[in-house]
Every structure is written in structure tokens, then in C-alpha cells.
Design a binder for this molecule. Sequence first.
Ligand SMILES: [Zn+2]
Length: 62
Amino acid sequence: MTVYNVGDNIITRKPHACGCSNWQIVRTGADYKLKCDKCGKTVMLSSEKFHKAVKQIGGKTN
Ligand SMILES: [Zn+2]
């Protein structure tokens, strides 16, 4: 199973309302908090919903 960490960049299956599919993980645990790369809005997802929503892990910038 893939382990996700705070600071990881991910791509979701469905884009955000703003059209961006790139997110940064800002919190992990029972719930995941994601920040949209484009508009900066954050969303909370349950662990289950989060894992269904993720398409792939994007490359880290470093
Ligand atoms: Zn957005």
C-alpha cells in the first residue's frame, strides 16, 4: 500500500472546480487535507475517499 506524507504532491482522478488536478497533502491521518495547487483552496477527505480520489503521486520538486 502506498504511504502518503505531508508535502507530497498528488494528482486526482477528477479535477477541482478550478480545473486543476494537482494537490499538495497538508495533513494525513484518519482524514486527509489537500491543498489545490492552482487556487490554494483546501479540502478534507476521509482516508477512504482520499485513496479513491488519487490517480498518482506527482513528482516532488526536490
Ligand atoms: Zn482549485
